[in-house]
Design a binder for this molecule. Structure first.
Ligand SMILES: [Zn+2]
Ligand SMILES: [Zn+2]
Length: 430
């Protein structure tokens, strides 16, 4: 009986059939993507040379429109940002699936020495969003060429301002998800949304993700402690905010370890302390700033509450006052579990089991695709992009001034974007 139960457990963990039996033979999709690699390289390098930061990306937008030129797409140019929504309608009716690529660069110098390195001072595509745009435009071409057999629609979301500008939220506020019904009036709402992010820390062509929380929330906090200033030789005549500040920093760390379940963790890092002007003056006030990361909405909001309580309590105990402000950044990115499993299974059909990673833990960075995943089921997947002949463990990471990405991985990325859309619409890969 014991053995039988064990066998049952094993079979429930791993499907016995190869992934290709569930999704089809992907060689046609992969060959199709490979045939578009040179186009993708050209788009990517143009963007890499002329990177833009934030919500207004005029050059990038023009290059995207050039790459989509001639394709059978209904294009909506967003008004509040450089966002572009491009809708492909298949010749057969069906639901809509959304694919997202972010387009913005970072305000930092580039030191890669590449011959297509940034020509703009202190702006660099160091997060690989140039490859995302190139891959998404490639997938738009691939799927457009399959329009006649497509049972449904694909919405391509070219998004600006991922790096701290909340570009996804602007596009959502402008009605990105309010897709019109089909020509005969049948509704065709968006049933799923997928995004791909390249990483230089995973071998080129590998694909990974996980169900549930996949990236952290990111908020900042600012505590101002106010006491009463005076002469450094007579602290008893003051309410000195300096030792209170030190106690609050320590108390926050005790709060992190004592108030939170280690399996639903949080990171609270104090990064800035400001107090005083001279060795013999007790200042009236002091300041603490830092970042808060969490991987559940529950922990995120309770950190916000408890930081305030700890700061108030410690300050009050010493006759000072603490004013705490939490500035909200991106929420936790939560992959819908079935969508993440579906994505990993398709990835297995595309690149083989050994090239697919079921990530054990979330990444503590943050993503504004989180806003999309608050509204739609879907998943963000990571694509390996370590340059050939480089060790992923020591490769310059995303956001480094020296980061490089293997462009050949864009073939896998284009095939993955396309396959996610095709399979969501029920088309077998060929
Ligand atoms: Zn980034
Ligand atoms: Zn990024």
């Amino acid at each position: 009986m014991g053995r039988r139960a064990y066998d049952c457990d094993m079979s429930s963990q791993r499907p016995v059939q190869p992934a290709t039996e569930r999704h089809g033979t992907p060689s046609g999709v992969i060959d199709h993507a490979a045939g578009l690699l040179e186009d993708a390289r050209s788009v990517r390098r143009d963007l890499h040379r002329w990177p833009e930061v934030g919500l207004d990306l005029p050059k990038t937008k023009d290059r995207v429109l050039e790459a989509l030129d001639g394709l059978p797409l209904d294009i909506t140019l967003h008004k509040t940002t450089s966002g572009i929504a491009a809708l492909l309608t298949g010749d057969k009716p069906g639901p809509t699936v959304m694919l997202r690529g972010d387009m913005d660069a970072l305000p930092m110098p580039e030191d890669t020495g590449l011959d297509y390195a940034s020509k703009v001072d202190n702006v660099m595509h160091a997060c690989g969003h140039d490859t995302h745009v190139a891959m998404l435009a490639g997938a738009a071409r691939m799927l457009s060429e399959r329009k006649s057999s497509l049972p449904g629609r694909v919405l391509f979301m070219f998004q600006p301002g991922e790096e701290g500008y909340g570009g996804a939220e602007y596009m959502l506020d402008e009605g990105l998800l309010d897709v019109p019904p089909l020509a005969d009036g049948t509704p065709s709402p968006i049933s799923a949304a997928y995004a791909i992010h390249i990483t230089s820390s995973m071998p080129a062509g590998m694909i990974g993700t996980k169900g549930g929380s996949v990236m952290a929330s990111s908020d900042s906090f600012d505590i101002v402690i106010t006491g009463k200033g005076g002469h450094a030789s007579e602290p008893f005549r003051t309410f000195d905010p300096v030792p209170v500040t030190c106690e609050i920093v320590q108390a926050i760390q005790a709060m992190v370890t004592r108030r939170f379940d280690i399996f639903d963790p949080t990171v609270v890092t104090v990064t800035r302390l400001v107090a005083g002007t001279a060795y013999n003056v007790i200042p009236e006030s002091a300041r603490i700033q830092g970042t808060i990361r969490a991987i559940s909405a529950k922990t995120r909001s309770s950190v916000h509450e408890l930081i305030q309580r700890v700061a108030d309590g410690v300050a009050t105990a010493h006759g000072c006052n603490a004013e705490t402000t939490v500035n909200l950044g991106y929420p936790v990115t939560v992959n819908d579990v079935p969508s993440a499993d579906f994505g990993l299974d398709i990835a297995e059909a595309l690149v083989g089991e050994k090239q697919v990673v079921r990530m054990p833990n979330p990444v503590m960075g943050a993503e504004d695709f989180s806003y999309v995943l608050e509204k739609l089921p879907g998943a963000m997947l990571f694509l390996g992009g370590t340059p050939h002949n480089t060790d992923p463990r020591t490769a310059a990471p995303n956001h480094s001034n020296r980061v490089m990405f293997e462009e050949d991985a864009m073939t896998t990325g284009m095939a993955l974007y396309s396959s996610l859309a095709l399979r969501t619409l029920g088309v077998t890969l060929d």
